[in-house]
Design a binder for this molecule. Sequence first.
Ligand SMILES: Cc1cc2nc3c(=O)[nH]c(=O)nc-3n(C[C@H](O)[C@H](O)[C@H](O)COP(=O)(O)OP(=O)(O)OC[C@H]3O[C@@H](n4cnc5c(N)ncnc54)[C@H](O)[C@@H]3O)c2cc1C
Length: 292
Amino acid sequence: MIPGKFEYHAPKSLEEALRLLERHGDEAKVLAGGHSLLPLMKLRLAAPRFVVDLGRLRGLSYIREEEGKIVIGAMTTHAEVESSALLQLKCPLLPETAAEIGDVQVRNRGTLGGSLAHADPAADYPAAILALDAEIVVSSSAGARTIPAEEFFVDLLTTQLRPGEILTQVRVPVQSARTGTAYVKLRQPASGFAIVGVAARVAVDRSGKVLDVAVGITGVGTKAYRASGVESALRGKQGSAKLVAEAARHAARGVEPLSDLHASREYRREMAAVMTRRALERAIARAQGKQV
Ligand SMILES: Cc1cc2nc3c(=O)[nH]c(=O)nc-3n(C[C@H](O)[C@H](O)[C@H](O)COP(=O)(O)OP(=O)(O)OC[C@H]3O[C@@H](n4cnc5c(N)ncnc54)[C@H](O)[C@@H]3O)c2cc1C
């Protein structure tokens, strides 16, 4: 339970942090909330020679509206996302998702950027980020680039981030009228991680026809994904209870569900359909102005 030796750096600016990463390449690891990295280092599953702590970069911790998007700094904690009045008003899916993460201690230390960069297959945010069609901004000494959420997650614990890059910001479109969202999760009781987590965003017209729908699912496969089979079964149709239940059956289509001591492949597949149905029902009801 004691990590290997490493050199600790606490830069005071993003530029300084990026210079350190450029100098040390893949021997360096960024430290954010430490709630995923430190356990890995203590178990010696990660042994970086250089640790670059982003904790003093106050400029990476914010939630604000900019040109029709909500922009969130990478060092914003889960607790700050959960309690943000701006997000509760304009993007309630993120606070609802943050409230489901771990326990109070995890939410007070863990960060949005850290969770996305780590890309744990059972992490909650990736499902919401996918359902929201968010963009992820990453910076290096060479400049910044913006990656659509759907391209960001590559595989188990693997993202588009390259050595020398820091995830700096998440950009989320502001929710339009008659749109409802919901995050529904089956949690592993000990850790709180998702066995299955489903984020749904649905826009309906006055008659209840589904104009737009996005479903992000975590916990089922090696990475979070958009359930395109569910989406195409619903788009342009009346969002009746029967159709929603039928569409939800496509939740794990094209995905090989994980099987481990917490849940078998078959159980995950079944729960993916159940949680998807519940998330869609809740999102549609909210889109219609109901309090659920
Ligand atoms: C007991 C426990 C329960 C938990 N339960 C849940 C849960 O229910 N749901 C859930 O989603 N998560 C859960 N977590 C994980 C938690 O949300 C972590 O906070 C999160 O996964 C990582 O965020 P962090 O800020 O702690 O990152 P760190 O641990 O500091 O870093 C994680 C990884 O990301 C990299 N990284 C961090 N920030 C950046 C950045 N800005 N740019 C580039 N790379 C970066 C690091 O180098 C490291 O590889 C739990 C953790 C614990 C310990």
